[in-house]
Every structure is written in C-alpha cells, then in structure tokens.
Design a protein around this ligand. Structure first.
Ligand SMILES: Cc1cc2nc3c(=O)[nH]c(=O)nc-3n(C[C@H](O)[C@H](O)[C@H](O)COP(=O)(O)O)c2cc1C
Ligand code: SF4
Length: 444
C-alpha cells in the first residue's frame, strides 16, 4: 500500500503558511479559474462520486446534500460555513483556519460555484480570536487579488464571504441554530423539515458545511475522486446502507496522553494506534480505561473496544452514537467514570437551549442524580433511573428537535452499560464513607 501523504495539514508547519503568496507558491488557486468555468452540476458530481461525507459530526454525504437544493431557484442561495467547533475535545477546524486559511477559502469558492451561491457566511466560534484575525486578513488578500468580489478571474462568477463571530454557545453549531444566530436571534434549532437546503438562512435555500469538509472539496477537485477513494475504508459489502468512509481525516487526541495532538490519517485508524503511535501513550505509565471516540456526545469505547476502526461505521458497531468529530479523549484507569459522566452531563445541561422538555429537564435531572451520587447519597436504583431518563430524550426516541439531546443521552447509556461495576462500587464505597462520617459527627 502506498505511504499516506497528508494533504489537509501539508502546509501547516511551513513559514508564513497563512499568506496568499506562499499558498499560491505551493500551487493554491492554480486551477481555480478552470474549476469556476466548469458547469456547476459537474462540480457537484465530482464531489458526489468521491464519496466525501461531512466532517462536522453527522457524516452526511456532501455532494448528495448539495443536490437537495431546489432546481433553477432564482436565488439567493447561501453557503454557511460551520466553524463553531464547540464539541469538547475538538480542535481540528481551528488549526485549519489558523494555519492554512486559503485552503478553506478555495473550498468555499468551489462549493459556492457548485451550488450557485454568491454569498457565503463563515460562522466562527466566538472564542477563536486568532482564527478570526487570520481569516479576516486572508479574505482581504483575496479581495485585493481579485479572488473574491465581482467577476472572479474573469469567469463572471461573483462571491462575497462574510466572516461572522458566533454567539459563544455549543448549540450555535447545530445547523439551524447557527442559521437563527446568523439572523440575529437566539440560537434555537428549528423543527425540520423544512431542511436548510429548502428553507435556510433568511428563509432561502442554504447549505451548511463544516470547515474540514470544505477543505477536502479543494483537494478532491485538484486531485480527483479516484485519489480520494484510494484513501480510507470502502463500503461494507454486507451493509447496503454503508456508503464507505473515504478520504483523509483529522483526528484530535487529548485527555490522559503524553502528547495531545491533531493528526491527519486515512479514515479508519483505531484508538489504540492513535494513542500509542501518535499521542505518545497513556500518561504516567498508566493504562487507558475508556476512550471517547468522537467528542463526548458519541459515548465511550471500553478497553476491549480500542481496536474498533474509527471510520463512520465503526463506533456504531460497538454501541457508540457514531464517529462524530473524531475527537478522541483518553481516560486513564485511575479516573472515576462517575466524575467523567458528571462532567459530560453538566456540560450538556448548561448548553441545552431549553426548547424541548425532555432535553431541558433530562439533562438537568441527570446532572442532579450524578451530583447526589458524588455527594455519597446515591442509590443503586439511580443507575436504572439515569438509563430511563437517557432513553427518553433525543431525536432517536423522537422527543426533541435537535441532536444535542441524543449527544447528552449517549455518554450516560454507554458509561452505565459498559462500566456499571465502576458505578456500583463508587456508590457503595462513597455512601459508606459519608455514612461513617455522619455517625462520627453525630457522636460528638
Ligand atoms: C448540538 C450540535 C452541535 C453541533 N456543532 C457543530 C459544530 O460545531 N461544527 C459543525 O460543523 N457541525 C456541528 N454540528 C453538526 C451540524 O448540525 C451539521 O450537521 C454540520 O455542520 C454539517 O456539515 P457537514 O455536512 O460538512 O458535516 C452540530 C450538531 C449538533 C446537534
Ligand atoms: S434538543 Fe435540546 S438543544 Fe436541541 S432544540 Fe431541544 S432543548 Fe434545544
């Protein structure tokens, strides 16, 4: 097998990697005039045939999503670039934007041409100040060089990119929450349908794509769909619904490892390879007890599942919600899963937008139950109660508007079903400690 050659991160360590000058010296924008002269449908077909799946979390086929736009719409049609990146453990978009902004801008130009959009809104996580300044400078360079604005490179194609700093909440990353926020409102996700491709930003057809997805688009148009399909994992022949997991992927590795990192690898590496070959192993000479495969909303892998392929299908086969953002968080064997789960629930409860009762109340109650367990007042029945609450909230049971709720329920379901012994031991020993401390106090 040919040695894997990184493309998304190929330039990030070069001097002055953010400037238009060095990007062009490395071949950037070299074929943009030719690509903007292609028929939009042909660009869509290249992306569709490449098998590119969205990198923002859901893994939806990118080219297919673009075909959902109404045909012959008079416009405007919008592209929203999702750079909200708030899933815990996820920082790949930030590196792409801080280190190689023109790679993203070129992807945006290609995508806008394909979907016949002249307006792109880049919705950037508020906390990403450095990304904001880097992108702002790169966009200005493009306007000055005639790569943005009217009649780009004489092709007749017009494009404006608006850089918009986000509202500082996890829910702003949910695509319809993002759209509401861009419209100046509170980021309350919309009920779907209609999906954004039919009625999105300002009630016009809109495509929402993640930063990494659009960076992949640039390389697919330059290198071809065959190149893209030569990387990653082909469809499972036994599963007619699996479109495969093609292309390179940026995996973030953090938590209890010696060298937290973000690495570009073919889709389908395992958590074990990431920890041992790229992140310098588990810290302090310890062992890993659990691994978050793709952001906390995807749940946990137990140590027996560390050889699961981290492609779009792999985590689902061992009970996780999916690959998510491919943000791997390592938890060592001296860490209590009760504390880990408490942190997950506290985060989701804080970030729930509150529109749907099962999500608003469910996340709050799960946090309260875990708070009680941590205070030594837990009962073994609490574990079944947590499972019951988690089982009743989310798009999957059909009780909420958006997937934040599924992402709040999944860590609970996985932690309790895969680490029940840990929870029981914690409840019993903590309860015993608190009870004897209380007895001691009462005796004095
Ligand atoms: C609570 C929640 C938060 C999300 N946050 C992000 C995010 O920060 N970035 C992102 O690209 N997608 C995020 N998504 C997924 C988006 O709704 C959407 O699927 C994605 O931006 C589509 O882009 P893609 O097809 O290129 O992956 C989030 C989804 C949910 C439910
Ligand atoms: S599921 Fe939660 S975050 Fe999503 S819309 Fe409902 S209340 Fe808001």
């Amino acid at each position: 097998m040919a040695k894997f050659e990184p493309v998304l991160f190929a330039r990030i360590n070069k001097p002055d990697s953010t400037s238009l000058k060095t990007y062009m010296a490395d071949g950037g924008y070299a074929r943009i005039k030719e690509i903007l002269s292609m028929a939009p449908v042909d660009v869509i077909n290249v992306v569709k045939d490449s098998g590119l799946r969205g990198r923002g979390g859901a893994g939806f086929p990118c080219g297919l999503k673009w075909t959902f736009l109404p045909k012959d719409h008079p416009g405007p049609i919008y592209l929203c670039i999702n750079a909200d990146e708030s899933e815990p453990g996820t920082f790949n978009n930030r590196i792409l934007m801080e280190k190689d902004p023109h790679q993203l801008i070129e992807g945006i130009m290609i995508a806008c041409h394909a979907i016949k959009s002249n307006n792109a809104y880049l919705y950037l996580r508020y906390e990403y100040g450095h990304s904001y300044r880097t992108l702002d400078a790169a966009i200005k360079e493009c306007y000055a060089a005639g790569l943005l604005g009217k009649n780009i490179k004489g092709t007749g194609f017009n494009l404006d990119i608006v850089l918009h700093r986000g509202a500082g909440a996890y829910i702003c990353g949910e695509e319809t929450g993002l759209i509401e926020s861009l419209e100046g409102k509170r980021a309350w996700p919309r009920i779907k349908p209609p999906f954004p491709a039919i009625e999105g930003l300002f009630r016009k057809p809109t495509i929402v794509n993640n930063v990494e997805t659009l960076c992949c688009v640039t390389h697919i148009l330059y290198r071809g769909k065959e190149w893209f399909q030569s990387i990653g994992v082909p469809p499972d022949p036994n599963n007619p619904r699996d479109p495969g997991s093609y292309g390179p992927k940026l995996y973030c590795v953090s938590g209890h490892v010696n060298k937290p990192c973000c690495v570009e690898l073919p889709l389908g590496v395992t958590a074990r390879e990431l920890i041992e070959e790229h992140a310098g192993g588990v810290w302090k000479g310890r062992k890993a007890k659990a691994v978050v495969p793709g952001g906390i909303s995807m749940g946990f892998l137990s140590d027996k599942e560390f050889d699961t392929k981290l492609d779009f299908a792999g985590p689902g086969k061992v009970g996780c919600l999916g690959l998510g953002t491919a943000a791997v968080v390592v938890i060592d064997d001296q860490t209590s899963m009760v504390d880990v789960l408490f942190n997950c629930c506290r985060f989701m409860s804080h970030e729930s937008c509150g529109q749907c009762t099962p999500c608003r109340e469910g996340t709050a109650w799960m946090t309260k139950i875990l708070t009680r367990i941590r205070a030594g007042q837990g009962r073994l029945e609490d574990l079944d109660l947590l499972m019951e609450v988690a089982g009743s909230m989310g798009i999957i049971p059909g009780t909420t508007i958006c997937g934040l709720s599924d992402g709040a329920a999944w860590p609970v379901k996985n932690a309790i079903s895969k680490f029940r012994g840990d929870f029981e031991e914690y409840i019993n020993s903590k309860r015993a400690t608190v009870t004897s401390a209380q007895k001691l106090m009462e005796a004095h």
